[in-house]
Design a protein around this ligand. Structure first.
Ligand code: HEM
Length: 155
């Protein structure tokens, strides 16, 4: 039962992160920038942060309390590649998060604030890289779930 609840929660959070990243990508375009868009980006990015913490907590809960147990995952290098890919996504998101936070501050000081369009363009590119790395993770997940990556990596 614990394994099932953790698995369902894990999948829901994953879809939540995918939705939030897609929403941020749709909003993060120079042509779409307005004070309202900046505000929305702030909300989506806060949701992204909360979901990222949640997937880490639920992911490691699956390792420890899931049906297979930590001995199944911890020696698997594809598991660590998956965790590493998620860490890369997290690292790539630091700059957009810091800028989006700075924009919220600027918006409080000036209600008609719109960020410089070249900065929006740079962050959009970074977001695209982030989403592509994120898209690799389910592949690693499917491999590790089937024991591929254990031992000599031959499954
Ligand atoms: C670093 C945080 C994460 C940890 C520790 C973690 C851990 C796990 C664990 C233990 C499983 C169970 C595999 C099994 O059934 O044996 C799993 C499954 C899965 N994870 Fe994660 N996960 C994390 C983040 C993510 C992210 C960010 C995604 C999506 C981008 C993701 C996608 C999946 C998918 C699709 C499965 C199902 C694989 C399958 O049954 O074929 N996980 N994860």
């Amino acid at each position: 039962m614990t394994d099932l609840v953790l698995a369902i929660t894990h999948h829901l959070i994953v879809f939540g992160i995918a939705a939030v990243l897609a929403a941020e990508l749709a909003l993060m375009r120079p042509a779409a920038m307005s004070p309202h868009t900046v505000r929305l980006l702030g909300r989506f990015d806060a949701a992204y942060g909360a979901l990222a913490v949640a997937i880490l907590a639920i992911g490691f809960a699956r390792v420890w309390f899931g049906a297979k147990g930590p001995d199944f995952y911890l020696p698997n290098h594809v598991f660590w590649t998956k965790v590493g890919a998620f860490a890369v996504v997290g690292l790539l998101s630091i700059k957009p998060t810091l800028r989006i936070l700075a924009w919220q501050k600027a918006l409080k000081a000036n209600a008609s604030f719109v960020p410089p369009l070249d900065e929006v363009d740079t962050l959009r590119r970074r977001l695209l890289v982030e989403i592509h790395v994120f898209a690799l993770i389910p592949g690693f997940a499917a491999l590790m779930a089937r024991g591929i990556g254990l031992g000599l990596g031959l499954g």
